[in-house]
Design a protein around this ligand. Sequence first.
Ligand code: E4P
Length: 308
Amino acid sequence: MLRPDQVHPGIGDRRVAMEDVNATPKGKKLAHPAAHAPRIFADTATIDEIMPLKEGGIINGVTTNPTLLKRAGANSWASADKIQKEIVKYMAPYPVSLELTELDPEKMFKQAKKLAAFGSNVVVKVPTGGFGMMERDPFTGLKMIRRLWQENIRTNATLIFNSTQAFWAANAGASYVSPFLGRVADYLYKHDQVERGPGNSLHYMEDHKVPSGGPNVVANTAYVANDGTRKDAGVRLINEIVSVFNNYRIHTEVLAASFRNAAQVMECLLAGADILTVPAPILMGVADHPLSDEGMKAFVEDSKTFDH
Ligand code: E4P
């Protein structure tokens, strides 16, 4: 479990410098008590999931990706664009992240311009890495973020798995970085079943005999981010990025992504995330607790006795 005192004190300054999440309407005497609260986004491309969350005032944005679009029923570029346009229009003025799928820089740029034209609330999601393994320029994503920043187009640097990638993306001009905390946890669960004591990254690499530049980069980063233990590595990654951004007053927002359960939502709040993008089924459950159920049941039962 992450301790609240592990969050860098600079977070207050950074959050105050950002846009109010809950602005107090003019003429209200009572100021909103959580003006600088972290924002919650829905991580889905399914409009039926988005609508009740927006109407209920739960979410301030949406993130999508090609997998979520496919899950929402997209089976052609035309249907994917139709879904994306509908979400953008429905969510305006709140930000909606739409992901680039092209790999060639000129095609990526053209696609980014097309997506940005769907609405002024569009944020173009740009993969930060992954180009090198396809024998492309490894800086393709970072260069695209820079180019879009120069064009005044907001970007969300996606597929972030360590704080260096996050810093590089912020430096390139990204408005948001999306560290995938759940995939870090998934990876470790799958590949690092053995409990081990405190150590350093070198020890870890030697111990596992994994080639450099391969999947060890993921495991290694998560391991270091977690002070050498396996627990909460994804959440610790969020905390690490928040600390770096607080140290240098970087206003790029840390958008925690890839949630697997409601406990991670609570832990990301403790870790200092600026935004949490959460799948609808997990969002629907965050207000639940067995003791709340039990307590509510007793209150309702007891209140019924007043009628007699
Ligand atoms: C959000 O921006 C990401 O695309 C999403 O959270 C990834 O989640 P996953 O790891 O469940 O695919």
